[in-house]
Every structure is written in structure tokens, then in C-alpha cells.
Design a protein around this ligand. Structure first.
Ligand code: ASP
Length: 567
């Protein structure tokens, strides 16, 4: 066996070493009486020394049921030290004493820890099972280039200067979107790829500048075909990787998801659905409510036990900038016929009873109500709903519930630039029955676009594409591209549409997130062998880094005089 010295113990005349390799831990035993030299060598070894041993597998006298190999040990007859090791900067244990920063710097040591190893093994298994399923379904894995030009996902590009084409730049793909559509025009009909994508975004919680997608596209299909094929993939993964028989995945329109949960990726493992109270709560003399677009509440099970202080803390919680609510009204359904509320000066017991009925609150429940602009209020209440569910233990990561969200709006109004953006991307087709609205009320046009969510996380999204040049041109107009801009950026695709483009559509899954959720975590970083930190740095190899003047020269680049070059 070969591996690393995990731990050693000297007990009387015996020395025990736990040898660690990719497969786990095996106990080695050395005996002072039968082989003194060898036992002395063993006693001199340090943590993380690289060893190769041979010997006899024997049954242990005191077995360890907690351990995979706990019934046996190896009576070592020869030992070779293949390499020594410095004392590692943190313990190579499941519960390590190393903080995140030091573990990232020495990621190769971190990878020796069982939890990280297990995560990488899970990732491997999921990639293999994805390939198995898609291969069985007749998909071809086709690689697409990384040195390309801007793709349409709407984030900022990473760019790469070209030495041979002075002053010109490649962009790294935000996704293989245009290439997979061109593969459909090329007759490939069922494509997939487990592929890196690059988006230069500010790294909000748990994003990575490079991440992996299971990217897929099919020709001659409708939305229904895509949903069924990839529901099949998710079911296959659950069965093959976790032994879970997943039931058929329910579907919900975007509008319904927003109305019932205030969220386009609702966690539907628990209730606490939104109850809209405009009819019941307006015109009762409470001015704060009267002027608002939406008054909406949820019923928190068994929430009446919340003390005044806890309620005040909750109010502070929703007022934090991350949530941004202006306030929170509460109603306690204390007993049959008895309601207590922060607004009982304005509302009668009958009013409060009606609210509780609307939200399905029962005796002992706490209603939490927000008011304001519809979009903002829904968003804030959705955050509160998730927080309350977390506190109540309703968000068990081992309880899985997927949901298709369909019929997304085609366009999204951007306040800042005062124009429409594609909600998914500009190649997404509008619903034919909404086409007539495209000039009069573009914001109301729905798209053939869908997301797959799991436990309140978006794990995949896609659409049926436009495959008609005229419609694609119209779409670019709506998005405020001039003809020249559209031609310059995506002319190659529109030209391809002139040559018999088949109807097509697809989807891409966020592979890192999917693996993390299967692993019971929401942190994708733990499931990536060499992740970057919040500033987009790889602290192990120390990237990004400056390049020398000669390289800049070759690339015809000059840095701004006051550019700060950090090491
Ligand atoms: N390219 C899209 C994305 O990265 C997915 C798709 O439409 O297939 O979100």
C-alpha cells in the first residue's frame, strides 16, 4: 500500500500508523519484539510523510466498527519512506483547525481531507452519470471553442488579447450558446457538453468567475420535449447517485410563482404561501397601507410564541439594506376568536380574522405582513419566508423538491438604462400567442423559457430559440441594438438562419450548484477542486498577476500610467 501518514500512536511495544490514501484509512501495525528496526523507523515518521509498505493483512483483535477497514490491520514487513513532509499548516482531518484562507492557499493539502475528497468524488460520479444518461438518449458531446467573441448572456466578458491580430481581443464564452445553436443548424440534433463558462461579474455570495455547465441543445423539438428529456436526466441522477426515486417534477408559471411565493425559484417544500390582502386591508383608515400597491402576508406556523423583543428583532432584520423592507406588521392568532396585532388600533378583530383566514393561519400562528411596491414587497417577503422556514427547520438539505418554472417574461425593463433587456437571452422565442403584443406591450410578452429549480435554487434554465431571421432581427430591435450592432455581434448566427435552421431549443444546468445540492450544501466552492476567492483570486497560484513588459509589448498593450499593479 502507498499513502500518507495520517496519525501514529505508540502503545507499549507496538506502533500503529493510520495510512491514508484516496480510498480511506488503513491501520498499519509494527511490533518492537518481532521487528525492532522497522518499529523504530515507524516511530520516527512525521505527519504527511509518503510511505509504501507491504505486509500481511490480519484480523484485528479490537475492531473498529466506525471504520471501513476497521476489521483488519496490516502487519508491516517492509516500509519505504518515499518522501518526507513539512508539518502541514493545518490538520488533515474532517474537522480541521485551518481557516478558509489557509486551506485555499494549500488547496492540495485541503484536497487530502476526506470531505473535500468525497465532494470531488461526488462531482465525478455526477459527471459520469450525466454522460451515461445523455449518451443513452443519443446526445453527442461536442467541444466548442473558448477563444471566441462576446456571447449573449448579459454579463461582462473576460477578454484575451490576440498577439497575432494586433489590437484585437477574444472574449471567453459566457456559455456556448451561439455555438450550440450553430451545431443545430449543422444537423447535430442532440448536443451536450460539460463545459466551463466565464462571466466577469461581481462575485456575490457563492459565485465563481469560471463555472461549469451541463450545456444541451436539441433540434426538431418543442418545450415539452426539452422538459421531459431533462426531467429524465434529473431523475436519473437522483436514482443513480443518491438512490432516490424522484416523483414527477411539478410545473408552475412564472406569474404564479411570483404571486404565491414572491420568487421565480420558490422553495415549495413548505407552505407559508403569500396571501394578498389589498381588498381586506385597504380603506380601513390605516394610511400606511392605503397608498400601497400591494399588501401581502404569510402565516408562520406556531409563531405566536415570538416575544415582543423577537418581533422587534425581526422588524430590524427586514429593514436591513439586504432585504430593504420599510416595515413589518404582525398579527398573532392567539386563540379561537382572539387576535393581537401591531396595528390593532386600525383594524378590528373581524379584520384580523379575515386576514388570517386568507393566509390559512391557524390558532398559534403568526402572520407577518408587508406593504409597498409589488415587486419590491414580494421580494422582501420572500426573503422573510425563507428565513422563517430556515428557523423552523423546514429547509432540510436532504429533502429534495424540484420544480419547473415556465412562461417567463420575454423582456425585463431596466430602470437604469431605461430599456428592455432579454430576461433569458436574445435568442429566446416569444410565445406565438403573445406575438401580437410585441409592439403594443412588449413587457407583457411571455417567452418559451423555463427554469428548473431545486429546493429554492435555480439549477438550470433554457428556452426554445428563435430560428427565423426576421423575428431574430425584430428581437434585436426591441433590445435596442441597431442593425449594424446586431450584424457585427451576431451576424454569423443570423446568416446561419438563412440556410435552413431547424426549430431548436435547449437548456443548461449549473453543474457546480447541482453537485453542491446533491452533497447537501449550498456552497459551490467546496465542490470545485481549485476555486477562486471572493475577489476572483486563486490564492494558491497567486492569479491574476501582472505580466512583464515584453509580453505587453508583444500584445501591443500599454498599461495606463496610473494603473495599480498589485502582486
Ligand atoms: N445559455 C443559457 C445560459 O447559460 C442556457 C440556455 O439557454 O440553454 O443560461
Amino acid at each position: 500500500m502507498s499513502g500518507w501518514m495520517h496519525r501514529s500512536r505508540d502503545l507499549g511495544g507496538m506502533t500503529f500508523i493510520d495510512l491514508r490514501d484516496r480510498y480511506g484509512i488503513t491501520q498499519l501495525v509494527f511490533n518492537m519484539e518481532t521487528n525492532e528496526d522497522l518499529c523504530k523507523t515507524a516511530r520516527g515518521l512525521g505527519r504527511e510523510f509518503v510511505l509504501q509498505v507491504s505486509g500481511k493483512v490480519i484480523e484485528r483483535s479490537s475492531k473498529n466498527a466506525q471504520m471501513h477497514t476497521g476489521d483488519i490491520e496490516i502487519e508491516v514487513s517492509s516500509l519505504e519512506v518515499l518522501n518526507a513532509s513539512e508539518t502541514p499548516p493545518f490538520t488533515i482531518e474532517t474537522e480541521t483547525d485551518g481557516g478558509e484562507d489557509i486551506r485555499m492557499k494549500y488547496r492540495y493539502l485541503d484536497i487530502r481531507r476526506k470531505p473535500v475528497r468525497d465532494n470531488l468524488m461526488l462531482r465525478h460520479r455526477m459527471a459520469i452519470e450525466t454522460r451515461n444518461y445523455l449518451d443513452q438518449q443519443g446526445f453527442l458531446e461536442v467541444e466548442t471553442p473558448y477563444l471566441i467573441k462576446s456571447t449573449p448572456e448579459g454579463a461582462r466578458d473576460f477578454v484575451v488579447p490576440s498577439r497575432m491580430n494586433e489590437g484585437q481581443f477574444y472574449a471567453l464564452p459566457q456559455s456556448p450558446q451561439t455555438f450550440k445553436q450553430l451545431l443545430m443548424v449543422g444537423g447535430m440534433d442532440k448536443y451536450y457538453q460539460i463545459v466551463k463558462c466565464f462571466r466577469d461579474e461581481d462575485l456575490r455570495a457563492d459565485r465563481q468567475p469560471e463555472f461549469t455547465q451541463i450545456d444541451c441543445e436539441m433540434a426538431f423539438v418543442e418545450q415539452e420535449d426539452i422538459l421531459n428529456t431533462f426531467e429524465g436526466l434529473v431523475k436519473h441522477l437522483f436514482k443513480a447517485v443518491k438512490g432516490i426515486d424522484m416523483a414527477d417534477i411539478p410545473r408552475m408559471s412564472y406569474d404564479e410563482a411570483m404571486r404565491r411565493f414572491g420568487n421565480d425559484k420558490p422553495d415549495i417544500r413548505f407552505g407559508m404561501e403569500f396571501a394578498e390582502l389589498n381588498e381586506l386591508a385597504k380603506g380601513k383608515g390605516f394610511k400606511v397601507f392605503d397608498a400601497q400597491e400591494l399588501i401581502v402576508g404569510i402565516a408562520v406556523p406556531d409563531g405566536t410564541s415570538y416575544s415582543r423583543k423577537q418581533l422587534d428583532q425581526l422588524i430590524d432584520w427586514v429593514k436591513r439594506p439586504q432585504i430593504g423592507a420599510s416595515g413589518l406588521v404582525w398579527v398573532k392568532y392567539e386563540a379561537e376568536g382572539q387576535w393581537k396585532s401591531s396595528v390593532d388600533k386600525f383594524f378590528s378583530q373581524e379584520d384580523l380574522a379575515a386576514w388570517c383566514e386568507e393566509s390559512g393561519a391557524k390558532v398559534g400562528d403568526l402572520m407577518l405582513v408587508m406593504a409597498g411596491g409589488a415587486a419590491k414587497t414580494r421580494k422582501a417577503l420572500s426573503e422573510l419566508r425563507l428565513e422563517m422556514a430556515e428557523r423552523l427547520g423546514f429547509r432540510n438539505p436532504e429533502n429534495f423538491q424540484a420544480l419547473w418554472v415556465t412562461d417567463f417574461p420575454l423582456l425585463e425593463w431596466d430602470e437604469e438604462t431605461e430599456r428592455f433587456h432579454a430576461m433569458h437571452h436574445p435568442f429566446t422565442s416569444p410565445k406565438p400567442q403573445d406575438l401580437e403584443l410585441i409592439d403594443s406591450n412588449p413587457g407583457a410578452v411571455r417567452a418559451n423559457a423555463y427554469d428548473l429549480t431545486l429546493n429554492g435554487n435555480e439549477i438550470g434554465g433554457g428556452s426554445i430559440r428563435i430560428h427565423d431571421r426576421a423575428l431574430q432581427k425584430r428581437m434585436f430591435e426591441l433590445l435596442g441594438f441597431s442593425d449594424e450592432e446586431a450584424q457585427a455581434q451576431f451576424g454569423f448566427l443570423m446568416n446561419a438562419f438563412e440556410y435552413g435552421a431547424p426549430p431548436h431549443g435547449g437548456i443548461a444546468f449549473g453543474f457546480d450548484r447541482l453537485v453542491a445540492l446533491f452533497g447537501g450544501s449550498e456552497s459551490i466552492r467546496d465542490y470545485i477542486a481549485f476555486p477562486k476567492n471572493n475577489s476572483g483570486r486563486d490564492v494558491m497560484i497567486d492569479a491574476p498577476a501582472s505580466i512583464d513588459d515584453k509580453q505587453l509589448e508583444e500584445l501591443s498593450l500599454r498599461l495606463r500610467d496610473n494603473a495599480i499593479t498589485t502582486k
